[in-house]
Design a protein around this ligand. Structure first.
Ligand code: ADP
Ligand code: MG
Length: 704
């Protein structure tokens, strides 16, 4: 029975029931403490022990009423998944009694053993110890498992001297950075009401659902999240009949429970629909502050896997689970909001608001052009290498879709007057902008970075990873450009004239990144090259970008990363890449060598015997003989490709240098894997159905 049906009050009553959110905080905390906590959350006050003590107690009482026995500091180390270590609330009193306790100190700080998480050399320079620190602005929540109910406290994870060992710490730092600079700009423009600017994110999550039985029979999906062999069936996605089609019943019942679980956590699951590929779906949540959105998205991914399994389904979050079929991404809708109620990327109603809007838009355009490679790096992972710049679209080029805004910015930068439809002459700071249509998204699905009316949508973000990384880069890059604009505006006497100058100069200087056409076309790749836009296809080839001078300067200036932290990340990601490909190649060797080829051999041996029997009976054997020849050739090709892969894999495994090793995996092993795949998939094409030892693409993509 669904919780909604049982719950009195329906969805509104269910919503947030497992979240220590603002409403619960207001209900449960003394007024003065609640007020102070709000100031801590908005960065205006430091957290005191007294406040932490009261909050901890209220949180504990709330959690106990809901059946919790344990608490955990929930954090996002660089492994890509979330980590938690559970402690129970029990505290002994007397000889044989316990009470349930949770102190302010336990809320604020935890001490997991940092040595079991990747640190990319930071440990060597510092110490093994690390600690988790409460992110006061992201609501604590309850998680139910067969082991019981646990109070989860979102935290940042740092080394003993404050070095970032996770995804959250730099994200919070980058939010501070952009807040400082955006507020400076607003102040310089005469705004006296805004004291804080928060970046907002609404992620749209793509995923596949397949039958869990098939999933469990595929070692590649189980161990790597993607298929490393498998031929496309007769039908793929060419009919485009899946997008927005009716959702099958078992998927519907999954979605129902999935939504309910998310709502309980206070996550605003909003839109769900089929995606382009067969068995591909999407879930969008309503936007929130970047740190909250990042935590929610981790929970979305975790909850999805769990709920899918309860419905006999497996949720695939990999960027490319199936070759030849669309992959998955995550659309990162991004904007900036001020605490006086403005969306800084929303065209306003007055001429002043509009010039401010164009200024912030120009800052984003400049930031994206200048730091394109950092953005592309942040959106990379081993899985996204199958999408960005591989045979299938999208390319690895960062460009911006502006829609109608392009015309306006072009006119301003060229000093031309734009006449709007109602005959008004557009003058920056003097007249209002013409209405910009907001329904542009579907007409430019090929743009990696699109302006969609009141926000930008960064679409390169990988489906399976935390959204923290791309947002760290985006926030910091825009913070840097805003700091330059603030420098100019603070000195200028005529602010409107200065805005006009900035917008016109900077748009002109960076308009090469603006592209409204089809981003998936070959013509665009050629055109982008002419414009000098970077197009680096392999993630490991962009990773060193983080360590370059300009990047170190950027992140240091805004106190987001130290140089050591940046280098450590490059190291960790190079290692992650090598390990990922090593596992994928290992799984491929195993599946091919131990199952597929022996099975093909058996078929061919049987075929030889059958041909002899047929010949003795004087039956025409030309058909079977042709099959034997084709199968034999493909078998021999497969064995050959397998030998190459095993040789390359042995070589890569021996290499000790991290960078060289990652390169060997990309340039040798990855390539050899493609060779094996092409031979083995061709063999699958001639193999009788009974002889293919795994669920096929047809099973996985078209059957539940
Ligand atoms: P569209 O269909 O034009 O892309 P939607 O309103 O459906 O617009 O929004 C898509 C996603 O963008 C949703 O997750 C939504 O919450 C998010 N979004 C909307 N406004 C903002 C904003 N100001 N900042 C960040 N994300 C936003
Ligand atoms: Mg979208």
């Amino acid at each position: 029975m669904s919780d909604i049906v049982e719950a009195v009050g329906g969805v509104p009553a269910l919503f947030g029931s497992n979240s220590f959110n603002d409403t619960t905080q207001r209900e449960r905390l003394p007024k003065s403490v609640y007020k102070e906590l709000k100031q801590v959350q908005s960065g205006k006050k430091k957290l005191t022990n007294e406040v932490a003590e009261v909050v901890a107690n209220a949180m504990k009482d709330w959690a106990l009423e809901k059946g919790a026995t344990h608490y955990t500091h929930w954090f996002q180390p660089l492994t890509g998944i979330t980590a938690e270590k559970h402690d129970s609330f029990i505290s002994p009193v007397g000889d044989d009694k316990v009470i349930m306790e949770f102190s302010g100190k336990e809320l604020i700080q935890g001490e997991p053993d940092a040595s079991s998480f990747p640190s990319g050399g930071l440990r060597a320079t510092f110490e093994a110890r690390g600690y988790t620190a409460w992110d006061t602005a992201s609501p604590a929540f309850l998680k139910s498992d067969p082991s019981g109910v646990t109070l989860c406290i979102p935290t940042a994870f740092v080394g003993y001297h404050g070095e970032a060992l996770d995804k959250k710490t730099p994200l919070l730092r980058s939010m501070d950075a952009i807040n400082r600079q955006a507020v400076r700009v607003l102040k310089a423009l005469g705004n006296t009401t805004a004291t804080r600017v928060v970046t907002t994110v609404g992620p749209e999550q793509e995923y596949f659902l397949i039958d869990e039985g098939y999933f469990n029979q595929r070692p590649d999906l189980l161990l790597t999240g993607r298929t490393v062999v498998g031929a496309l069936p007769a039908k793929g996605q060419e009919l485009e009949d899946h997008y927005f089609a009716a959702i099958p019943d078992n998927v519907q019942s999954f979605m129902r429970e999935f939504n309910e679980e998310l709502w309980k956590l206070g996550i605003t699951a909003k839109t769900q629909h089929n995606e382009v590929a067969p068995h591909q779906y999407e879930l969008a949540v309503i936007f929130s502050a970047s740190n909250v959105a990042t935590d929610s998205n981790q929970l979305v991914m975790e909850t999805m896997r769990k709920v899918a399994s309860r419905h006999g389904l497996a949720a695939l979050l990999h960027e490319k689970p199936f070759a030849g079929v669309n992959g998955s991404g995550k659309h990162n809708n991004w904007s900036m909001g001020s605490d006086d109620g403005q969306n800084l990327l929303e065209p306003g109603k007055t001429p002043q608001e509009n010039s401010q809007f164009l200024l912030f838009c120009t800052a984003v355009i400049e930031a994206v052009d200048k730091y394109a490679l950092l953005l592309r790096t942040a959106a990379g992972n081993p899985g996204n290498d199958h999408r960005l710049g591989a045979n299938e679209a999208p390319p690895a080029i960062i460009s911006i879709f502006l829609g109608q805004l392009e015309e306006i910015l072009t006119a301003i930068s060229e000093g031309k007057t734009l006449t709007t439809k109602d005959g008004q002459k557009l003058e920056l700071g003097a007249t209002s902008l013409p209405d910009l249509p907001k329904d542009l998204t579907d007409r430019n699905r090929t743009s990696p970075f699109a302006f969609t009316g009141n926000k930008f949508e960064f679409r390169m973000v990988p489906s399976g990873d935390s959204i923290a990384g791309p947002n760290v880069v985006l926030n910091t890059a825009v913070a840097e450009i805003l700091s330059q604009y603030a420098d100019r505006l603070e000195k200028a006497s005529d602010k409107q004239a200065e805005i006009k100058k900035i917008v016109s100069e900077q748009y002109k200087a960076h308009k090469r990144v603006v592209f409204n056409g089809n981003g998936y076309s070959h013509e665009w790749e050629a055109e982008a090259a002419k414009r000098g836009l970077p197009n680096i296809k392999a993630w490991i080839d962009c990773l060193p970008e983080y360590g370059k001078d300009y990047s170190v300067q950027l992140f240091k200036k805004h106190a987001v990363f130290t140089e050591e932290e940046l280098h450590s990340r490059v190291e960790i990601y190079l290692e992650k890449y090598a390990k990922t490909i090593n596992i994928e190649a290992g799984v491929q060797v195993e599946m091919v060598k131990k199952s597929i080829l022996p099975s093909a051999l058996e078929w061919l041996t049987g075929l030889v015997a059958s041909i002899e029997t047929l010949k003795a009976a004087k039956i025409d054997v030309s058909g079977p003989e042709a099959q034997l020849k084709a199968g034999g050739d493909l078998l021999s090709k497969s064995y050959g490709a397998l030998a190459v892969l095993e040789k390359e894999l042995a070589g890569a495994r021996e290499e000790g240098d991290t960078h060289k090793k990652a390169k060997l995996y990309r340039e040798k092993v990855f390539v050899a894997m493609a060779g094996v795949r092409s031979a083995v998939d061709a063999l699958e094409g001639v193999l009788p159905a009974d002889y293919y030892p795994y669920p096929t693409y047809e099973d996985m993509l078209f059957r539940f």
